[in-house]
Structures are given as C-alpha cells and as structure tokens.
Design a protein around this ligand. Sequence first.
Ligand code: GAP
Length: 473
Amino acid sequence: MFKLDTIISLAKRKGFVFQSSEIYGGLNGCWDFGPLGVELLRNYKEAWWKEMTYRDNIEGLDASILMHPRTWEASGHTKQFSDPMIDNKTSKSRHRADNLIEEFIEKLKNKKKEALALEIETELIKVQKNEDYYNIIMNYEIPDPISGTKDWTEVRNFNLMFKTFVGPIEDESSIVFLRPETAQGIFVNFKNVMESARQKVPFGIAQIGKAFRNEINTKNFLFRTREFEQMEMQYFIKPGNEVEQFEYWKNERMRWYENLGFKKEKLKFKKHEKLAHYADNAADIEFEFPFGFGEIEGIHSRTDFDLKAHQEFSGKKMEYVDTVNQERFVPYVIETSGGVSRGVMALLCNCYDEEKLVDENGKEDTRVVMRFTNALAPIKAAVFPLVNKDGMPELATLIYKDLQKSFKVEYDTSGAIGRRYRRQDEVGTPFCITIDGESVSENTVTVRHRDSMKQDRLSVENLKAYLFEHLNK
Ligand code: GAP
C-alpha cells in the first residue's frame, strides 16, 4: 500500500490535480483538475456514460444545478440533510460528531483495544439523536485530536446545502440552493423523459453533474470535498421488484469497477446499518484507500419516496399507467450513485505502482508506473524522435500529427530515450513510439508497451491500425 502523500504529490507534479486557487492559499474542500486530470476525468465519465446509457432502456439527462426551492422541501433535504456538528472550546475546531467517534474507534483498533472499540461501535449503531452522540463522546472521554482536551459543546445539526439568491434582491423569497445531489433533477423530470423518449417502466435515467455540500470537515484529498461531481442513475420499477433489482444493480456496478481495472481485492460491498430517510435498503461499494476502506458508490432502494413527495408538493401526478395490465402506480426506484472525483482518486490509488528493475549490469532501479487501462489513460501514445537530426524529427512530426487526429498523443524530444519512457510510465501512457535511424530508411517505428516494456517494430503504414486495435482491447 502506497502512502496517500505519494499519490497527491505525483498528481500535482504531473498535472492531474491542483489545489483550488492555490496562489491565494487554496480554498478548503475544492480542487482543480489539470491537463492530465481532466483527460482522466473525461475518460472515466465516458466509460460510465457508455455503460449506463448505451442500452435500450436508460436515457440521459443534464438538469440544472439550481432548482426550484420546493424541490428540497419535497426531497427532505431542507429538514434532514444535515450532519451532527460538535465544536471543541479550546482549539475552536469543528468536527462531525459521528466521524470523531469513528476515528476514535479506528485508533482503538490500531492499539489492539478491540473490545472497547466494539463496545463503542455498538453504541454508535444505536444512535437516534444528537444527544446520543454527545453522550458517547463524554462517556468514553473522546479527546479533540487537535488540543487533546474533552472540552466539547453540545452536538447540533448543520445543514449541508449551500444557499444563494436568484435575482438582485437578497431576501427569503429569492433563496435557492446549489444541489447537494444530482438525483432530484432526475426525479422532477421523470415524466418528461418517459414521455419524450417513449419509455415504459422499467426504465432508467442517467446523469453526470456537479453537486455541492458544505461539509463540516473536508479530508483526504478528493475523498470528501465541498464541490464534486456525481454520476447517478435512477431506475424506475414496478413496486414488488425492488429486492431483485437492488441485487441486480449492485452486481452490475461492482462488475463495472472490476472491468475498469480496479483490483478485486480492493473492492467490497458494505451493507448500510442505518438508512437515509428515503431508503429501505442500501449498500456501498467500498475501495481500499491508503487510509482504509471508503465508499465510492452507493446503491439505494429509494421506494416511491421521492416521486410521491414531488407529487404531493407539486400537485402533479407522478403515476405510471400500464395500459397492457390496466394498472396505475407510482414507480419504485433503485438508485446507483457514484462520485466522479472520489472514483478518480480511487483510480489513482489503484493504478499507482512502483516496480523494482535490475539492468544487465545488476544495477537496481525503481520505475513509477500508473497502470491505467487503455480506455482510461489520459495520453494514449507518445512519439519520440531518437535524436534531433538525420530526418528523425521530420518523420516523427508527421506521425505525431497524423495520430493526433484520432488520439490524445504527446511529442517529446528532450532527454535520453529511457527518461522519456519513464516520464510516460508515470502518467500511464500505454504506448511509446520511437523513430530511429531505421525508421527513416525503412519507414518503420518501434512501439514500446508500458507494462511489459517489450517493443514491436512495425511499418509506419500499419501503426494507426495497430494502435486502434490495442487501444480498443
Ligand atoms: N443521491 C444519493 C447520494 O447522493 P451519497 O451516498 O450521499 O448518495 C453518492 O453520495 C456518492 O457521491 C458517494 O458514494 C461519493 O462517491 C460521492 N460523494 C458524496 N459526498 C461527497 C463529497 N463530499 N466529496 C466527494 N464525493 C462525494
């Protein structure tokens, strides 16, 4: 397991991820994707989009971020989308009470105090109200990680939605919220999509977009941020089919992560003990990050909670009319909800590798390799003239310009060829194409494979077809 700091440092150095507004000292919980990060992010989203919408019965949608404020009353977010917050009076630090307890439990486990950890874990599952969190913190004398004191305020609710105003007047009537999940844009468009796309239940709606949560504590790089992207799919079904469909989508989503190159042993399901206000069943797909297992996607059985609530609050019918069986019902929903930035962070951790090499003289070396699958790699191929003379740069440029019409390709002339290979290994480029003396006389190139480091020699005219074939594997 590599350290998170190693991955963060590579992400910054190579232009995957930068701190937001870094020159001003950064803005907590916000990150920017650099040139390679944005390619990776796009490839990741594209893989999901193809997986979910290139089917008969799942349609795409791109709803607005700002929605009518009644949306959030109906969905329950205005009242219930809050986290329990506690402040330490000495350090003035602010914590999520449940996270504070969970982190304390982890520390106990690391110190092999399993029995006490289990006792507190059992108490945590039973929590009903804020006072219960407070009692656990006081009874088990959980200290502030910063000051070490147990000088706590009571636990209060903190609503996570960001507020802003529409129009020039900043009063109660102009308040709107930045959406905390993309899902509600799908629910309110359920009928529009079904009717315009002539779909019948069961069918789904998929969407990728930004969501915002004013998290009490942001942490662990892209894991918990205040601005992030989600890729969500709501699958509308006939009530009574939810158990079978929940299992189906759990397995479909796990298969997707595995096919994307996530290591099987780093993925697992975690069933929810405590359910959100809208769900009757829920499980997370967790990935093993350097700091332990954490959720990357949630699969929720949301019943008819959302559609019924929107029906009540808007006064518009959200029923489905099954003309064949002469039935009417408000559909149940199975939701798959993945984080894009959190998923990309998991991918960086999953693909980072350090490989020990020994050259023919017995000299040891370490090569850093990002083992992205071809479909996800930000740069598909790099083109190198071996030296900057003897017709090599001219031929290399021709090849580079031609490949650029089809793929994201890089051109690099600087430094020894070995160093150029290493630069591409670090960012996960699957193929390096070298133009040498033989290339000029014979119209051939070498193609070096990132993982095996083996080289093939092939004619320039076959190069593009060769890359197409390998990149589509
Ligand atoms: N519509 C259901 C929903 O939003 P969620 O479990 O709150 O469910 C789904 O969020 C996914 O969104 C999570 O699995 C995670 O990948 C991502 N996510 C949630 N909060 C996040 C945050 N603060 N920062 C980054 N990703 C987040």
